[in-house]
Design a protein around this ligand. Structure first.
Ligand SMILES: Cc1ncc(COP(=O)(O)O)c(C=O)c1O
Length: 409
């Protein structure tokens, strides 16, 4: 099929899907596919609790709720990320406070986090940007000192390693996405990891209508005797339906069974691209500290436009004209999106400009995060989702040619 991703999902997924369809869909029973996915994911990370979700934004909403984040609290997030990170905060009625990023790793800076702490801060969401874990040791130290929850947003960081430890095992909770662009996919999907039984229960309950019967482990919502009885209590807390479907879980299970292969392919593609930019003084890859493993959701470089003597657009046009299939720019910094600039929040201004928020007025304007502002327009994200390495090699050749042409002027 033209434009398809052959090799991304194998026929094993069809087998699992068939199992789900054959079993049918019971209202409160299933064939256990979601539980199988959760078990496989938890085991690969060596963490006791994995909780499957519909996507990798609802995951973070549930983590914030389970951590006790309330309307009017503050949560520290980076601005250089997909908007889902701060949107999850706002959907909990909390206020995103943007901390600046490190100029080499592009990840949230612990120093900037320190400077943003106030008596209202309740949580931090460090993002593992482009496949590289944030610098979590100092972040966990800050969190311990101020009694804050840390939720790793690892939508882009699957099997990344931080000081020899898997990303997703360092914060109090970690969120992953299985949206179509990610390392593993089920079309849409998400999953949370935590080692904490109480948080696991809170997270699962929040994603399952606040059923009082739901606990940290997998399983149905109510026992047979309680189900359908007119006096039955169902909900002892507020929640949403954020559950992963068994159809998603069937594909997600096939993906987690191939997690090392799928992540390994992205890393190999990135290595091929890295070879092409080696020695180029004006195309500088994201810095991966020696004690970390970057899981290479993309291969990203910072274009030094002055040294290159060309603009971002000129670079991209040259890459395209030589046969480059695609290269992405970074998302606008979240606070530069119209939703923040025009303050189009819940019901107009909630919570940021409402009475419930007792903090300093948040001003979302240039100068808030100067390092992120300098980096964002210069980033070039090269694809690593080639499921055939010769395709990556061909694209890397085109990148090398682009560099040569631009260097010659
Ligand atoms: C860093 C980051 N966080 C969260 C998300 C949201 O995940 P989802 O689309 O599964 O809700 C994404 C991407 O989609 C992302 O890149």
């Amino acid at each position: 099929m033209p434009g398809g991703h052959k090799g991304r999902v194998t026929p094993k997924a069809l087998e699992y899907l068939k199992e789900v369809v054959k079993y049918g869909f019971g209202n409160s029973t299933g064939n256990g596919m979601v539980a199988k996915f959760e078990k496989a994911f938890a085991e690969r990370f060596g963490v006791p609790y994995a909780i499957a979700f519909f996507n990798g934004t609802t995951t973070m909403h549930a983590c914030l709720a389970a951590a006790g984040v309330k309307p009017g609290d503050e949560v520290i997030v980076p601005p250089l990320t997909y908007a889902a990170t701060s949107f999850a905060v706002m959907h909990q009625g909390a206020v995103p406070v943007f901390a600046d990023v490190d100029e080499k790793t592009f990840n949230i800076s612990p120093e900037s986090i320190r400077a943003r702490i106030t008596p209202l801060t309740r949580a931090i969401i460090p993002v593992g940007l482009y496949g590289l874990s944030a610098d979590l040791d100092p972040i966990m130290e800050i969190a311990a000192r101020h009694n804050l929850a840390v939720i790793e947003d690892n939508a882009q960081c699957v099997l990344g390693q931080y000081k020899g430890r898997l990303a997703g095992t360092n914060g109090h909770m970690a969120s992953f996405s299985l949206q179509a662009s990610k390392h593993l996919t089920s079309g849409e999907g998400g999953v949370v990891l935590t080692k904490d039984e109480k948080l696991a229960t809170g997270i699962r309950k929040f994603g399952c209508f606040g059923y009082h019967t739901v606990s940290s482990g997998t399983g149905g919502t109510m026992c047979k005797e309680d189900r359908g009885h007119p006096t039955s209590i169902r909900h002892d807390s507020l929640g949403w339906n954020y559950r992963m479907s068994s159809l998603q879980a069937a594909v997600a299970l096939e993906q987690v069974e191939r997690i090392d292969e799928l992540v390994g392919l992205r890393i190999k593609c990135a290595e091929i691209f890295a070879e092409a930019v080696k020695g180029c003084a004006w195309l500088v890859p994201q810095y991966t500290p020696p004690d970390c493993v970057n899981s290479c959701w993309t291969f990203v470089c910072r274009l030094d436009t002055e040294k290159a003597g060309c603009t971002w657009d000129e670079f991209r046009n040259m890459f395209f004209s030589l046969g480059g299939d695609f290269v992405y720019g970074a998302w606008r910094l979240t606070y530069n999106e119209p939703v923040f600039q025009e303050r189009k929040f819940l019901g107009g201004n909630f919570p940021i400009d409402s009475e419930i928020y007792k903090g300093k007025k948040q001003v979302y304007k240039p100068g808030l995060c100067p390092v992120a502002e300098a980096i964002q327009p210069k980033l070039l994200q090269f694809k690593t989702n080639y499921y055939k390495l010769d395709r990556a090699a061909q694209q890397a050749k085109i990148l090398a040619k682009t560099i040569k042409k631009i260097s010659r002027g």
